[in-house]
Design a protein around this ligand. Sequence first.
Ligand code: GLC
Length: 653
Amino acid sequence: MNRTPSAGMDPARFVDALIENPAGVFSSDLPAPSTDQALFVQRIGRHGPRLVDLFLTLYKNRADARKWLKRLFTIMAESWDRRSDELRTLDRAREVDPSWFQSEKMVGGVLYVDLFSDNLANLFEHIAYFKELDLTYLHLMPIFSVPHGDSDGGYAVSSYRAVNADLGTMKELTELARVLRGEGISLVLDFVFNHTSNEHEWARRARAGDPVYQEFYHTFTDRTLPDQYERHLREIFPTVRRGNFSWDEKMRRWVWTTFNSFQWDLNYVNPAVFCAMAEEMLYLANAGVEVLRLDAVAFIWKEMGTTCENLAGAHDIIRAFNAVARIAAPSLLFKSEAIVHPDQVLSYVAPEECPLSYNPMLMALIWEAAATRETRLLEHAVKKRARLPEGCSWVNYLRCHDDIGWTFDDEDARQLGIDPAAHRRFLNAFYTGNHPGSFARGVPFQYNPDTGDLRVSGTLASLAGLEQALDADDPVLIQMAVRRIMMMRSIMLSVGGIPLIYIGDEWGMLNDYTYLSDPTKVSDSRWVHRSRKKWHLQRSYSDPAALEWRFFNGLKEMIGLRKNLPALRNGGMEHFWTGNPHLFAYLRQAEEQQLLIVANFSEHGQVVSRDRLSGFPEEAVFFDHIGKTHHPAAADLALAPYQYMWLEVRDVR
Ligand code: GLC
């Protein structure tokens, strides 16, 4: 008897058997694992019981839970049937080498297709550029169909199956994924699964009064429940709209909208929503997407009387999606986007949930240390919170398309005698240019007058001082800004995890204030750091006098170094205490290689005194891969302003 649902067995009976006795379904009659069908069945054997368990836990109060579970297995089987041979081969390769993304060879880039190359068709011509930067991971910001005008930078998706017509077609996207894969580059896209746009087919039907689709969202006839929920909720975009609910005149109902009023939160309490979104997810996987960035993970599950952030249900939903992927698109990898308290960020990172995660705490604290020229908060936090479970990896970044929020732990700050609220006020003032002596040119984002909360927009170069230095035409300040940027990059590339370059930063792009004259962008200052690629500057990459050249080639060189230092493979980083409050240092180790990485966050020279290096053999010599110089371990180690060193410990006995 063939038990593979995709090979003809009635999925309902198959799932019944699976629910009754998961192990029993696989105890006999397994086809030889040489066929793809057999592999699919094996994967159900491995991950199906977990999926069933999660699904029935999530939907324990729903009488129709089993019906939807059967539907889910049918979706997986159908999707598997449609999966291409090439992707099935990739599935097997990733199962054999599940730690592929932890390699020191991994380097990521992220870009907006329209701002980078106008459309997908032109993007093909720039693959050589990605190769020049040695990228192995390319994240395209949301490219699906969206409402006209403001679409929150593409995060209001109207269809997960249609590319925005201005950018191209699904066929081009699939082809791009294939071509990139041939070049050793994994395509990364967002899975915007917390909400759809109010123009998505489901929302249209809900607005037209269809109760089935009204149940796809959280809708309310009056304010009673919204007001009760609201007591415990944060506001994410308070300058555009207060509260978390929007009135839809057509539907004559309130609808839950955590972000903008045109982004309707999906109702995962309804198993139909889980199944529908699983189908969309597998569609993207079959188009060749290798990594999905799970957008806004913290918000997907809501319960009255809670903050509706980071709830157990959110984790169960992601774990269930993960199990679906392991069965029907095993090479698909999840990356979590949780810009929340550092402990909560960690809670999403697990092989069965999101093996990859942005590292917002490291990002924010690098900027914190750049402002204060002191590294104690950064050190304290990484000592406590840098370690990830086995088989997982950080995605380290300095800038992305979003704002910077000061997501450090208040207790960490207090332990160091820092008042967290006052410190956040200082950082906001510093980075929005309202602090005397600040080098930064940032722009405020989403000031909340009730809480005083504020976040910051701006490009890497403008926040790190280059814009101000260029305006002042001051060679010393320019020099300092360049060195500061390079030093920060050095950490991103060496601290452990996938470094992610926000494309444009590789040549030092400055803030672009043209968004102020665009009515669809003016109320969202994040557009200041989302600017059009200035291809004409590419000529300066070969002009040694140009700043662009220094940034681009400096980065290329550092990437080249990273790729040849096995100690920079994912692994752990061990904080190294230099005794100097302006330095940030850590050890990286793999097999025979040990690296001591040191970065100077101040514009003055700093020293690691020799007694701090006494853990290394006295005869040892450090070879600095960055400066190509040797330093005896028995002497003080001196660093110039903003200098960074990647010191390989070489014992010369
Ligand atoms: C994520 C995105 C952000 C977007 C929000 C709503 O946080 O990074 O740009 O505004 O989700 O989708």
